[in-house]
Design a protein around this ligand. Sequence first.
Ligand SMILES: C[S@@+](CC[C@H](N)C(=O)[O-])C[C@H]1O[C@@H](n2cnc3c(N)ncnc32)[C@H](O)[C@@H]1O
Ligand code: SF4
Length: 342
Amino acid sequence: MLTDAWGRAVTDVRISVTKRCNFSCVYCHDEGLGPVARPGAPHGEELTVAEVERLVAVAREFGVRSVKFTGGEPLVRDDLEEIVGRTVRQIPDVSLTTNGSLLAGRAAGLRDAGLKRVNVSIDTTEPEAFRRIRHGAIAPVLDGVRAALRVGLTPVKLNMVVFRDTVAAIPRMVDYVAGDAGLRLQLIQFMPELVQHERFSVDLRDVRRWLEEHASTVLVREMHHRRIYLFGSTEVELVDPVRNPEFCANCHRIRITHRGELKGCLNRQDDLIPTRGLSDARLREAFRQVITRRVPYYGGYITDIGASVPERFVAAGASAPKARGAETAAAASGALGARAEE
Ligand SMILES: C[S@@+](CC[C@H](N)C(=O)[O-])C[C@H]1O[C@@H](n2cnc3c(N)ncnc32)[C@H](O)[C@@H]1O
Ligand code: SF4
């Protein structure tokens, strides 16, 4: 297993198999690949099945234990089942993040290919709001969620980006997941780093307070010390990476772009290492290099964060460049409070 200079072992790889997408969500960071392309856009540069297989084989040699496919929208690729099938032969723990719109007809095939779990991105269950935010229809997405549950791609995690236009919908979303034991909800803090739109950010203290007050039980996960809020037996988790050095301290993931570049951090676009055309020996060297160069974004790369930096970062000499100034604090939002009273 390879460990970076900050003591973080790399155990997980997230592979973008395309930058094409059939939605265009207002907040999309597109994994740092630049704006998503339309589904019919030329896609000759995308990783082939064989290229994915080779990258995954090397990742396995270095101790990577799980692979998540993402995009763009990974299901715009007709050969995703084949990609999954070849990947699970190397690393069995394979999951997928999808907007869900194309999932209903393919959930069984993906499960048969070896896919273990799926994250489906849904920011609200209200059709009009869904369309405004994602520029797509919600009905096929809900069909996709039901199909994933039916074929056993569980737990089906629903990803909800928490930002100005969704925060009031949290109670309704919690009600939705609490009705099904196979569902979990991940409330993902809007990340402004790659898309700017600072005005989208909301103060998560209101969200935390609402969850504390309404959950039946609150557990604390060892990793990240993240809280898990139980509503009945359904887990709701708040993922809050922004300006959070503890989140980065626990990041065990590298990324691979749709063009096969290795990437050490979602928030950076200056750390890409191309791998196409490399010999096996040079490909292994590229893996070593991307891991050697990894720096925790908050606490290592951005240090003026006004939050305490984990001790081991200080010991490692949090001396990487201050890339950008402090961003303005998230705008407070009373929307959730108002909804919670209803
Ligand atoms: C870029 S998408 C790619 C996979 C797929 N198209 C989807 O929507 O699930 C991966 C995840 O990132 C989330 N996401 C996109 N932009 C974000 C942002 N600015 N802040 C937080 N999460 C974001 C999406 O909601 C989704 O759950
Ligand atoms: S569906 Fe996913 S990739 Fe497509 S625009 Fe939305 S967040 Fe981005």
